[in-house]
Design a protein around this ligand. Sequence first.
Ligand SMILES: [Fe+2]
Ligand SMILES: [Fe+2]
Length: 368
Amino acid sequence: MATDTPETARTSTRRAFVAKGAALGVGIAGAGGLLADATSAAARANGTLTDGDAAILRFLAAAEILETDLWQQYNELGGIQDSEVPGGSGNRRYTDALKVLDGDMDQYIHDNTEDEFTHFTFINAYLTSRGAAPVNLDAFRTLPSSKATGAQQIGRLTNLMKLTVDTSWWTRYRSRTKNPDLGDTFPQAVPGLSKGQFPAIPRTDADLEPHDHIQAIANTAGFHFAFIEQGGTSLYPSLVQRVSDPEVRRILLSIGPTETMHFQTWMDKAGNAPALKDPTNGLEFPDLNAPPFGGEDFQTNLIMPEPTVFLDRKFPVCSIIRPTNTEGAAMGAAKALTADGLFIGQTSAFFDALTQLAKAADAARPSV
Ligand SMILES: [Fe+2]
Ligand SMILES: [Fe+2]
């Protein structure tokens, strides 16, 4: 380390000088785009982030903390319990119901959970390294845990017991003619899940039977997994369009596709959810391969995006992530998670904090 010191000292002196010069440039340049450019140049010169880049990373850190919180709850009851993802002790009946969708569900749940831990931990560490404040939502860990066997009893950020799951991602990725960025809307794959409130984890051990009830809870989880991860799949490419710093861009471009890898896995597994009706609440999971479903919009073995219209209907169709519109992307994500029921029971201070983080991210503009 000693041999690095003189160079480090020279570098920081040079950076300080350049930053000072750039700051002076702001005063001379005056206003408008020049001001933004000079501010950005100053940030680059002294190693700090632009306000916009910090805001984007901070919103993503918050989103990843929220994702981690919900995935942790799934893992405690239905995933693999180990030192990589500690906390729960597993629930055999719920785990078995999830395995009806795929024999490896517990492994996939575990790995998705671990990935989310690393996403927020990395982004927060990176924010700190660039002189920006990391995000901490611990003050909002006030929601109750499941009382079913396997869950640890701690305060949660998210609520998995009253979900209203939007399953239109299913038809959105199977359509060859529509794109939400061009104003199109999409039918629900499981209409019942988009109305009412349903648990995606057993609330108590009383939820472990009868058979079709716990299977409906596991099916709900299966569709919810994909709902969450399609959100991340769109969020990163939407926000990267507002990033200024090449390294921050690299972070978004490197984390975003892992969300897509999660999403595709879950899209495949949701297709295996057995058709049934929950005898306790009437929630129905239809056979998506049979009328009035079926056909390309619903067919369960279409797990890759169907090519569709992109940017303008005049272009040939293209296999793409959608939506990727950058306008209001962070607020859109916050609203979608709220409409999902994840924050039922949260305080107004929580919603204020989330809204503030989202608005700051949406206000970011890339500078050159
Ligand atoms: Fe993530
Ligand atoms: Fe994710």
